[in-house]
Write a protein that binds this ligand. Structure first.
Ligand SMILES: Nc1nc2c(ncn2[C@@H]2O[C@H](COP(=O)(O)OP(=O)(O)OP(=O)(O)O)[C@@H](O)[C@H]2O)c(=O)[nH]1
Ligand SMILES: [Mg+2]
Length: 267
């Protein structure tokens, strides 16, 4: 059986480093037989040092050194490869907004593209803050639009040659939950209004699921008036994304069957 490759990707500040650190720590001991085994010393060190930063109630500095992190994703009866190319998310934005990926000659860009094309399961991290901006200022309108177009182009490119399982992870969800519910009613309505090009091109046609995740679910305001991780913080939403990674097709099918049943009950 060929080894499945799972990739994690996201735009700048999407929460890649925090997400992978908490996920790796969460699965550093087997949970129902599911276990993330680091493939090198560097990977184990990356997790421990970042975990220590969060536990000192600080945020991890923005990634500036590109690093490929590999784990064996072990489940009862199966082993896949979980890979994170931890890069500065600005590159994602630059590559996809204006289709620069079509003619880039940079080896760094090529590495990112190869990493994506070589994966069968992709979880795309999105920072909702990027799309909740209601500013009418020109630069902010452009930035919000560029972010949406980058996501759309990325999904179009990555889905064109073969079937891949893709899920969207809404990071730091507890920070935005209230705003989403107040302003839009629900996640779907938010998506339709703020990311229509992504939604109508990709979400309605395909069964792409969105997972709300809060890697750091409890925060406090520190002396400098910044919101930082609380002592002994927990993570929310990791179990669902783990279940999806183990069997994306089965998870998605079950999800839509449940939805169908709920609709039938309501009728
Ligand atoms: N409250 C809360 N904030 C989060 C969470 N995850 C990320 N953040 C915020 O988002 C910021 C960016 O998170 P990172 O994990 O560093 O993002 P990244 O995608 O690695 O960013 P780059 O390395 O710059 O591309 C953090 O410094 C936090 O302020 C979360 O689970 N909860
Ligand atoms: Mg980072």
């Amino acid at each position: 059986m060929s080894e499945r490759k799972i990739a994690i990707i996201g735009t700048r500040g999407a929460g890649k480093t925090v997400f992978i650190t908490t996920l790796a720590k969460y699965l550093s001991k087997p949970r129902n037989g599911i276990f993330l085994n680091p493939e090198s010393y560097e990977v184990a060190e990356y997790v421990e040092l970042n975990w220590a930063i969060l536990n000192r109630s600080e945020w991890i500095p923005s990634t500036n050194v590109e690093q490929m992190l590999n784990w064996k994703f072990c489940t009862p009866g199966n082993i896949s490869q979980l890979r994170l190319l931890d890069y500065n998310g600005e590159d994602f934005h630059r590559l996809f907004t204006k289709k620069e990926f079509l003619n880039t000659t940079s080896s760094k860009d090529q590495e990112l593209l190869d990493y994506l094309r070589d994966s069968q399961i992709i979880s795309l991290l999105i920072n909702l803050q990027d799309f909740l901006d209601e500013s009418l200022e020109e630069d902010r309108i452009k930035l919000k639009l560029q972010r949406q177009i980058a996501l759309k182009e990325f999904l179009t490119e990555i889905r064109k040659d073969k079937k891949r399982d893709i899920a969207v992870v809404f990071t730091a969800y507890n920070q935005y939950k209230e705003t989403i519910e107040k302003r839009y009613g629900n996640q779907k309505e938010f998506f339709q209004q703020e990311l229509p090009f992504v939604y109508y091109e990709h979400f309605v046609k395909e069964h792409i699921l969105g997972f709300p995740v809060s890697a750091v679910a409890q925060t406090v305001i520190n002396e400098e008036n910044n919101r930082v991780p609380a002592q002994g913080f927990l993570s929310e939403g990791l179990d669902n994304i783990i279940k999806w990674i183990i069997n994306p097709e089965k998870y998605t099918q079950a999800y839509f069957n449940r939805k169908q049943e709920n609709n039938n009950v309501r009728k």
